[in-house]
Design a protein around this ligand. Structure first.
Ligand SMILES: Cc1ncc(C[n+]2csc(CCOP(=O)(O)OP(=O)(O)O)c2C)c(N)n1
Ligand SMILES: [Mg+2]
Length: 211
């Protein structure tokens, strides 16, 4: 059970992420309530990208804003496409969660792709909308523009970094695609602590994370 001494001034803070669609589910409110009652060190982050799968927020949500959804939990809405705002909001939220309890962040963002492989992302919005966000709000382009404006980097350096990152991602994808599937008993690796009650399965010996 929760011990109060673990709740105040904890070393760690939990970040719980959800989308705007997920945020309208009932269990979120149950969670906010208990987190507020127990003053849990948790930061709720709603990634508001204005679509729940293929349903526009205007059709599915009575609210367009989620930072006040915590009721008794304070909230901050910020531009989730702005890396500096995101960092600052997170910094503030971590400190708040450690010293006072739960807090809600709402990151105003967008997704270029569909929700999943079965969603091409093109049937419920047009290409102009997606391209418009790419041109005006893209978080990486924004940082690159700042770096150039402040003369902290040159075009050549940014191109080189972009190429290196693309290469790293390609290698990661290649590594994942060519790796064997993990064994079923590895399912709990890095998820659970030792000696918890488990029924009906064998835990792999290699899991070693202490919570
Ligand atoms: C409890 C539950 N209800 C419904 C679904 C089906 N479902 C999967 S994703 C989704 C919409 C999620 O929207 P959002 O949280 O905004 O995520 P995004 O599409 O932006 O990635 C729904 C309704 C589900 N996975 N679980
Ligand atoms: Mg969404």
């Amino acid at each position: 059970m929760l011990g109060r001494k673990n709740i105040l001034r904890p070393e760690n803070v939990t970040f719980a992420y959800m989308g705007d669609g997920a945020a309208n589910q009932g269990q979120c409110n149950e969670s906010y309530n208990l987190a507020a009652v127990h003053k849990l060190p948790i930061v709720y982050v709603v990634e508001n990208n204005r679509y729940a799968m293929g349903t526009a927020i205007e059709r599915a949500s009575a609210t367009k804003e989620f930072y006040h959804r915590g009721d008794n939990i304070p909230g901050i809405q910020y531009d989730g496409m702005n890396v500096l705002q995101s960092a600052e909001a997170s910094r503030y939220a971590i400190n708040h969660a450690k010293t006072k309890g739960p807090i809600m962040l709402e990151a105003m963002t967008y997704r270029y792709q569909g929700h999943s492989m079965s969603d091409p992302g093109t049937t419920y919005r047009n290409r102009d909308e997606v391209e418009g966000v790419r041109k005006s709000r893209d978080p990486i382009a924004k940082v690159q523009a700042w770096l150039l404006e402040l003369k902290l980097a040159t075009e050549e350096e940014l191109t080189k970094i972009t190429e290196e990152v693309k290469k790293e991602i390609d290698e990661g994808v290649e590594f994942a695609a060519s790796s064997p599937y993990p064994a079923p008993e590895d399912m709990w690796n890095y998820v659970l602590m030792e000696d918890i009650p488990i029924r009906g399965i064998e835990l792999s010996k290699s899991h070693n994370l202490k919570l």
